[in-house]
Design a protein around this ligand. Structure first.
Ligand SMILES: *Cc1c(COP(=O)(O)O)cnc(C)c1O
Length: 429
């Protein structure tokens, strides 16, 4: 868009693959030059050309309090002056672990890592260690980080660029992964066997766009896992502390064997975590034979950002407010789409949402892929020109934060209305 972003992108492309450090940022899903960001505050994000946008990406999920929340910033500043990393235990880690265990019903013990990818990678290893089995079941369009075993029919960037199966994953590894359609218990049952160590699932899918679990789906997975002696891994890297303080498992009343966390628990700094019952976590080194470690694991500054974020979220009305504002936005979008005659599907769980350009319903990867990508790309750029920063792919979830005030929501609805009007004019004649 702007001059500075264009110039930086030119330089970046010479040095960094695609000019970005994570593929979807490159805007290949929508075309054009990615914005280089200078700073963000509250619900607003500013690029290096000093243009302002309402941010609906929220760093892909972590920024549930909005950017630069004062309490979190002050806590992080204080922690930074004490030292960046010690490679030794700290009180903050114990406190964050206590907060996670108190919040997430199924977690009795937790191990901190530095990313969501590390969390899911470790969760698979734990499931394999516990069951003595090698196979893993996942869902088409489900994304669980860039773990070898999980880059099979993966969502997010892989799906956006039509490479759901990554090169460089050994065939023998990929063969251990079974992938079936989301929300399809029949398919799960048909593919299940006593060789499967675990089913890993996003309890609300967010990496093929937002796709909620249908009634009975998660319960069905629980029952099938129990029947076959497999473990159920809820990948709550996106949904943990996002759809409810206790994550999707508290919202839907599902008890997984292993939970993975990330994003919100770091408040924007790099953290991941995996947790389970005491019995399972006793397998993790140094208590047990499953090895997993990290130089920067439990980093004191990152842990501080996480603790501060969770303590603001806890006992607050934030989730109720997010639901109210998000549902007002949903109603506004639906009304605009209807008014202008643009067929859409709006999927949402709390503050996590996707506007799909298809009649729908969108219940799995296949139906998500029926969306009209040209329409999405046009809508994305119209919204960007209106000053709205959306995820640059149809197959990603957008997020609201506690900093999105009613006024922001009303502005967003007006801008969606104008953009859909143009989309209708260009595509629906
Ligand atoms: C983002 C995400 C991951 C990966 O987390 P990173 O911190 O990007 O490695 C894993 N699982 C889900 C469900 C995610 O949304």
């Amino acid at each position: 868009m702007g001059k500075q972003s264009d110039a930086l992108f030119q330089r970046a492309q010479e040095l960094i693959p695609g000019g970005v450090n994570s593929p979807v940022r490159a805007y290949r899903g929508v075309g054009g030059t990615p914005l280089f960001i200078e700073q963000a505050q509250g619900s607003r994000i500013f690029d290096v050309d000093n243009l302002q946008y309402i941010d609906c990406v929220g760093s892909w999920g972590p920024m549930i309090l909005g950017h630069g929340h004062r309490y979190v910033v002050e806590a992080v500043k204080k922690a930074a002056t004490k030292g960046f990393s010690f490679g030794a235990p700290t009180a903050g880690e114990v406190e964050l672990a206590e907060m996670v265990v108190a919040a997430v019903p199924s977690i009795e013990m937790v191990r901190l890592v530095s990313s969501g990818t590390e969390a899911t990678m470790s969760a698979l290893r734990l499931a394999r260690a516990a069951t003595g089995r090698d196979k893993i079941m996942k869902f088409d369009g489900g994304y669980h980080g860039h773990v070898d075993s999980l880059l099979v029919k993966a969502g997010s960037g892989g799906a956006t660029f039509n490479v759901p199966d990554s090169a460089g994953v050994p065939k023998q590894v990929a063969e251990l992964t079974i992938s079936v359609p989301y929300n399809d218990l029949e398919a799960v049952r048909a593919a299940m066997s006593d060789e499967v160590a675990a089913i890993i699932v996003e309890p609300v899918a967010g990496n093929m766009g937002c796709v909620p679990p249908q009634k009975g789906f998660l319960e069905g997975l629980r029952a099938i896992c129990d029947e076959f002696g497999a473990l159920l891994i809820l990948d709550e890297v996106m949904t943990g502390f996002r759809v409810a303080y206790g994550g999707a498992q508290s919202l839907y009343g599902i008890r997984p064997d292993i939970t993975t966390l990330g994003k919100v628990i770091g408040g924007g700094m790099p953290i991941g975590a995996y947790g389970a019952s005491r019995e399972l976590m006793k397998l993790v080194s140094p208590l047990g034979p499953m090895y997993q470690a990290g130089t920067l694991s439990g980093n004191p500054v990152a842990v501080t950002a996480g603790r501060a974020t969770l303590s603001v979220l806890k006992n607050s009305s934030i989730y109720a407010d997010l639901e109210e504002r998000s549902s007002e936005f949903e109603a506004g979008v639906r009304a605009a789409a209807e008014k202008h005659g643009v067929p859409i599907t709006f999927n949402r769980v709390g503050s996590m949402w996707t506007l799909f350009f298809t009649e729908g319903p969108v219940v799995d990867f296949e139906s998500a892929n029926r969306s009209n990508r040209e329409k999405f790309a046009r809508f994305f750029h119209l919204m960007l020109a209106e000053g709205v920063y959306l995820p640059p792919s149809q197959l990603e979830a957008a997020f609201f934060s506690a900093a999105h005030a009613k006024k922001d929501i009303h502005q967003l609805i007006e801008r969606v209305d104008r953009s859909l009007k143009k989309v209708a004019w260009e595509f629906e004649k």
